[in-house]
Write a protein that binds this ligand. Structure first.
Ligand SMILES: *Cc1c(COP(=O)(O)O)cnc(C)c1O
Length: 383
């Protein structure tokens, strides 16, 4: 059996080696290392893939979030509501810009920001909601957009984990994750569903004016050469990373399908086990049917009931199976983001999840032998 890894980037590279290498070689041949034709080509191809008017590439997913908030003109004192259960980058940039982060609890079923919790947190100072499509699954966008409309708030989708997921609205309309809110950010960190071979990120929006503003912000606030109209940043996707991404983009759907197939096999193996709750897709589907495109399984995350999680982690590691706990500490309990306004009772689901979750190996290259070894090793510990 091949060695089991959390992410297998070498295995993913092998079948596309020629495409990636020649794409990188083109950049070297032209020496257009910054803002070269590859960056423009990738931007256009990603706009077409997502069905969004503007993709603005930048240096990483954290910058993308920050620049999105700068582009919307959010100011110190403005409150921004986001999920307590996410990677720290989401809340970090809110705090960094001097905005006021307002963390709220999540939904126990899909791990995403809870609608009732958002409602409770809205004040006259609230300016934006940042839903995170955590682990590859779309947040409750219909409800979030309704709330945003009613209270005149911006919606910034943190789409670092769900590129390629499709959200189906109650009225049947389908849209790619990251194209529903006013603006979205994504990350091309190597282990993300569409990863480059270094750092990369992008901002998406359908708003022409906002796109124009942001194209200046990423380039030192410059709209005309050496005229600096606003305080900007330097945040670029370099051409070599764009070359890798442009070679990988045509494979994104098949990569996400491979992740969904693995998730389906895991779900089947753990079905009805009293100590395990498997992920469900948006419509509550456990078998992850063909209509479950709202989940692209950046992570495959179980909830454990009455299980010694540390013991299970040790057991799996001893068998050569890596696993992860995302995220072990709720953000409201992190030193950097503590706030006297928070009441621990308002974060019951996040508190519970940080004790119960475990993520199993999830990538595009897992084979049946590995999946069977992983599932039987998990089950052996539980019986
Ligand atoms: C990865 C990630 C980010 C940050 O992306 P970087 O490219 O590492 O800066 C932001 N938010 C979430 C939810 C992420 O998973």
């Amino acid at each position: 059996m091949k060695k089991i890894q959390m992410v297998d980037l070498k295995g993913q590279y092998a079948p596309i080696k020629d495409q990636v290498n020649s794409s990188i070689q083109e950049v070297i041949n032209t020496t257009s290392f910054i803002n070269g034709p590859k960056v423009k080509a990738f931007q256009k191809n990603l706009e077409d893939y997502l069905g969004v008017k503007h993709v603005i590439p930048c240096a990483n997913g954290t910058d993308a979030l920050q620049i999105a908030m700068m582009g919307l003109g959010l100011k110190p004192g403005d409150e921004v509501i986001t999920a307590d259960f996410t990677f720290a980058a989401t809340v970090e940039v809110i705090a960094l810009l001097g905005l006021t982060p307002v963390l709220v609890d999540v939904d126990s079923e899909n791990f995403n920001i809870d609608i009732e919790a958002i409602k409770k947190a809205i004040t006259p100072k609230t300016k934006a909601i940042v839903p995170v499509h955590l682990f590859g699954q779309c947040a409750h966008m219909d409800e979030i957009m309704e709330l945003a409309k009613a209270h005149q708030l911006y919606v910034i989708e943190d789409n670092a984990q769900a590129i390629g997921a499709t959200y189906t609205s109650k009225n049947g309309t389908k849209a790619k994750a990251g194209t529903i809110g006013h603006i979205a950010s994504t990350s091309f960190f190597p282990s993300k569903n569409l990863g480059c071979y270094g750092d990369g990120g992008a901002i998406f929006t359908n708003d022409d004016d906002l796109a124009h503003t942001i194209r200046g912000i990423v380039n030192h606030g410059m709209y005309k050469r050496y005229h600096h109209d606003v305080v900007g940043v330097n945040s670029r996707l370099d051409s070599i990373q764009a070359a890798v991404l442009d070679a990988k983009l045509p494979h994104l759907d098949s990569y996400n399908k491979a992740r969904q197939n693995t998730a389906r096999k895991y779900n089947l193996a753990f079905k009805d086990h009293p100590n395990i709750i498997t992920p469900k897709a948006g419509n509550g589907c456990v078998t992850l049917c063909d209509n479950c495109d709202c989940h692209v399984f950046h992570q495959y995350t179980l909830k454990l009931k009455n299980v010694d999680r540390d013991g299970l982690v040790d057991h799996l590691n001893a068998k050569g199976i890596p696993c992860g706990v995302y995220y072990p500490i709720p953000l409201h309990n992190q030193k950097a983001y503590q706030d006297d306004r928070y009441d621990d009772n308002d974060f019951q689901i996040t508190n519970q999840l940080s004790n119960e979750v475990i993520s199993l190996p999830m990538h595009t290259e897992l084979d049946d032998e590995q999946i069977e070894f992983i599932t039987s090793s998990v089950l052996a510990y539980l019986t």
